[in-house]
Design a protein around this ligand. Structure first.
Ligand code: SF4
Ligand code: SF4
Length: 346
């Protein structure tokens, strides 16, 4: 573990110095910030709150070919990424790095999904601490924090003209070594400024939820009418799941033209009616009430029951981008009120 700094105006030199890696960084295209492979360092920005699209797409692309085949032949060409490919995710927020660790539990569960797992194994995460968390962030309530180092190999703090970089793991040290011509040792002033920024950022977080008891009690509210108070206005657009860094459901489809085809998987969402339709035509989640309930129950009850961790990192994206202002914290608070009422009347 070591401390470094670089002048922010040298950001392009830092990115250009990472020649051993395929580098992905927050890139501005129009009004949208998302993590793209760095083609032009001038498009990379550290001045953003949370990327609009989470970097889950770097491990779990929106659409990806699993393999290609030719009808009538027994062989097929798998397109599995190599774990040897060194990828560097530069500027990832601590919450999005935590999300990788959550999704990984599923993709390493009963079968090691080589598409996700190989990408994750080859990845080094150089994080960027949040100085100004968004109005709907609640990461400390779900085990994170604006400067949490837990799931990172190195962390940067944007201190204005200077960036302070602290390595955390051997992979982080390897990045610092690769950048030895650009980095300088950090002084006490940068370390203190970073600590102050972390404390200030924590104090700026306005929203929170006490999650104690939620995973155990949510199933007892399965038929409670409070779900309809939220689902009645849901449009079923799926934004809350597509932009969630921990949502990981997919569909698999074959696309075939003449004799050549590919099997691909693509993001799917439990907020779509078709998602749960059985082959018989029966749909166990026929209305938005059941689908809203499933989204919350999955994140805050089913996933923690199975994998011992809540499948939410408190990034606030689902609240920020829902077109009808459905707010996961309001739903959870309402569920807690409903639990209290049920217990009193029992
Ligand atoms: S459920 Fe909402 S707040 Fe939680 S991780 Fe997903 S998008 Fe972020
Ligand atoms: S973003 Fe809002 S409206 Fe769209 S599916 Fe999610 S809860 Fe419903």
């Amino acid at each position: 573990m070591a401390d470094y700094r670089f002048a922010k105006e040298k950001l392009a030199d830092v990115l250009s110095g990472l020649t051993d890696y395929k580098v992905f960084a927050p890139t501005v295209t129009g009004d949208v910030v998302r993590f793209l492979e760095v083609a032009d360092p001038a498009q990379v920005s550290l001045d953003y709150t949370n990327s609009n699209v989470p970097p889950k797409e770097l491990m779990f692309p929106e659409t990806e070919t699993l393999f290609r085949y030719r009808l009538g032949q027994n062989e097929f060409d798998a397109t599995v990424p190599s774990p040897e490919e060194k990828r560097l995710i530069f500027g990832i927020r601590p919450c999005d790095a935590q999300a990788y660790s959550i999704v990984e539990r599923l993709y390493r569960w009963d079968f090691n999904d080589p598409y996700f797992v190989n990408r994750r194994e080859g990845a080094t995460l150089v994080g960027l601490a949040c100085a100004d968390p968004c109005a709907n962030c609640f990461c400390p309530s779900v085990g994170g924090g604006p400067a949490s180092e837990k799931y990172l190999d190195a962390i940067m703090f944007d201190l204005g003209d200077t960036v302070y970089l602290k390595t955390i793991t051997d992979r982080g040290d390897a990045v610092a070594k690769a950048l030895s011509s650009v980095l300088e040792p950090a002084g006490d002033s940068e370390k203190k400024a970073a600590e102050k920024q972390a404390d200030d950022a924590l104090s700026k977080i306005q929203r929170s939820i006490d999650t104690a008891g939620i995973p155990e009690k949510l199933p007892s509210l399965y038929d409670h009418p409070f779900w309809e108070q939220f689902s009645d206005r849901c449009l079923g657009c799926g934004i809350c799941t597509f932009l969630c860094p921990t949502c990981h459901c997919f569909d698999i489809q074959d696309e075939c033209e003449a004799f050549d085809g590919r099997r691909a998987r693509m993001w799917d969402t439990c907020m779509f009616a078709e998602y749960s339709v059985h082959a018989s035509g029966h749909n166990p989640r026929p209305t938005r009430k059941e689908r809203t309930r499933n989204r919350i129950d999955h994140k805050y009850s089913y996933f923690p029951t199975k994998f011992d961790v809540i499948a939410c990192v408190g990034c606030g994206r689902c609240i920020n981008y829902c077109p009808v202002n459905i707010d996961i914290l309001d739903i959870l608070e309402k569920s807690k009120e409903a639990q209290v009422k049920e217990e009193k009347t029992a």
